[in-house]
Design a protein around this ligand. Structure first.
Ligand SMILES: NC(=O)c1ccc[n+]([C@@H]2O[C@H](COP(=O)([O-])OP(=O)(O)OC[C@H]3O[C@@H](n4cnc5c(N)ncnc54)[C@H](O)[C@@H]3O)[C@@H](O)[C@H]2O)c1
Length: 257
């Protein structure tokens, strides 16, 4: 295994689990879908882009594609209903859909603010709401929300609206964990640092170098490194872990003053 081709040998971590994964058309979400299937899960792979079809085709019988826009509650409800219809239950919901990027700092228009908060914060609220409703009849489950290292502090290279929406996801994670823990539902979040999903492989080298250098490990992360933590949190091995946001950032947040 090299860092450039990061893969982990499957150990059956998610054997016989059913997972709904948003943002699974590309990037980190697609790698999560691959890893979940490799670990024994069946997955409903969802995206707004149409690329969820490619992910499902790649994964074969273990995957079902579903197109849903996470800014629309009715589409989220339909996504979980489809998961229940196809697989009979939902054990895990991995909420990865997002639109990272945007203008730095407060140089932001009202439209951009609405777009960020709508996808990240509103989308996460209703994904969690309907994930819980899909899981309760089965006796519980695990939710993993995708936040960001940007949720913790000011960074001059990141949109204020994006950071604020991601900080809201950390809060939603605790709220849902607190309300539904006694009913067997665990809710956690992953906060990635700079990670080489496809779109980040083509950003200008000058910006990439600054972002890489933020990590104590002095490098970017790989989507598989995010997927591995999501898989652990979705698995029974994390049975006493709930209500937390885990930075998966090579030590970026450890260096924040
Ligand atoms: N890559 C990073 O460096 C990084 C760092 C911190 C946090 N994150 C977070 O991790 C997640 C994945 O990041 P990525 O780099 O893979 O992003 P990406 O842009 O490569 O993939 C995001 C996916 O979400 C989908 N999506 C966007 N809006 C949607 C909507 N309204 N409804 C449904 N699907 C929608 C896109 O179509 C795409 O397939 C995001 O939530 C992002 O904010 C990423």
């Amino acid at each position: 295994m090299t860092l450039e081709n990061l893969q982990f040998a499957p150990i059956g971590l998610l054997q016989d689990k059913v997972a709904v994964i948003t943002g699974a058309g590309r990037g980190i979400g697609r790698v999560i879908a691959r890893m979940f299937v490799a670990e024994g899960a069946r997955v409903l792979v969802s995206d707004v882009s149409g690329e969820e079809q490619d992910t499902a085709a790649e994964l074969g019988d273990a995957a079902t594609a579903f197109r849903a826009d996470v800014t629309r509650e009715a589409e989220i409800a339909a996504m979980f209903a489809r998961g229940l219809e196809v697989y009979g239950r939902v054990d895990a919901a991995i909420h990865v859909a997002g639109n990272p990027g945007g203008r730095w700092g407060d140089e932001i228009s009202e439209e951009e603010f609405d777009a960020y908060t709508s996808v990240h914060l509103k989308g996460m609220m209703f994904c969690c709401k309907h994930a819980v409703r899909a899981m309760l009849p089965g006796g519980g489950g695990a939710i993993v929300n995708f936040s960001s290292a940007a949720s913790y502090n000011y960074d001059p290279m990141i949109s204020f609206a994006y950071s604020a929406a991601k900080a809201g996801i950390n809060s939603l994670t605790k709220s849902f964990a607190g309300k539904y823990g006694a009913q067997g539902i665990r809710v956690n979040a992953v906060a990635p640092g700079f990670t080489l999903s496809e779109k980040n492989q083509s950003i200008p080298e000058q910006a990439a170098a600054v972002l890489r250098a933020k990590a104590a490990l002095d490098r970017a992360g790989f989507p598989g490194e995010q997927a591995a933590v999501a898989a652990f949190l979705a698995s029974d091995r994390a049975s006493f872990v709930t209500g937390i946001t885990i930075p998966v950032d090579g030590g970026w947040t450890a260096r924040l003053a």
